[in-house]
Write a protein that binds this ligand. Sequence first.
Ligand code: F6P
Length: 358
Amino acid sequence: MIRIGMLTSGGDCQSLNATMRGVAKALYEIYEDVEIVGFEEGYKGLIYADYRIMTPRDFSGILTEGGTILGTSRQPFKQMRIPDENGLDKVESMKQTYKKLRLSCLVVLGGNGSQKTANLLREEGLNVIGLPKTIDNDLWGTDETFGFQSAVEIATSSIDAIHTTAASHGRVFIVEIMGHGAGHLTLHAGIAGGADIVLIPEIPYNIEKIVDALKKRTKAGKRFSIIAVAEGAVAQDEAGLSKKKLQKKRENEPIYPSIAYRIGAQITEMTGQEVRVTVPGHVQRGGSPCPYDRVLSSRLGAAAAEMIRDGKFGVMVSMQGHKVTATPLEEVAGKLKTVDPDGELVRQARLLGISFGD
Ligand code: F6P
């Protein structure tokens, strides 16, 4: 009998269940006698041996279900080497759970931080396979992550819905889209939703340039404008500032709930225009995975099972040029895949008349 551990870690997304189903279905197909051990709430379940033995029934009917049947939690990589409040060595504990259960491999569905921990466990001698999850699409070593396209659809439909109201009222609307470190989601949804201005962390903005772009639209007879802004968008004069320096710089400013509100207030102050802010928030991670993600998840999941069969461990299953492949975890760990400010997509967006506020 072969026993495989599985966990979902970090922020959830729409396609976690579809991916686990892909792994499980392929494992049951490949092996006559395989048992899947599901750890509850991510690495927490592995640390505290909180698990359940899964059966094929657990994976039935979950292709279209968002969230994760195993639950998830954020267990920061930075704290993995720090003992818990009872002095428990987390890494040692994870290794012991793995060994006690006689696992042949641990499958980790997770984003950046989770893959770092997966790599740490690899270094500690465990057989680990990662699967690239995140709506941010910012994992190094893969062109795509599951969850991304589903989130693009939701963020785009938010912009679509705002379009009609923006047109009726002739206002400036700002839609704030998830993504602290990378602007893939905002860029894609911005293009798909026909946003006029797209602000992403990789291209620091200048508020004057945003106002210029708005004025240009008004001059051209456009009654409204839509700005898609990433949570992590940053002003040119603040890019690279430490938290302390940023606080000092903003000490005489009101504290805004998020970047969209700050930009909105600045636009109103500088132009007198009415601005409304919409923040779809976690809605972007919810609901059913889109068909594209279901296919992607199924492919990545099945490939993970094949890699287990072939003893190909220490990798993250990834997509490169529409082909499923494997990227070593040590290459993935600690790197972020950000939007290339000089890349094709940004260049084409500019040709479409989109302003990046720079
Ligand atoms: O990494 C996914 C993500 O949704 C980011 O886009 C967002 O910044 C963050 O998670 C939100 O995290 P939380 O769910 O912990 O609020």
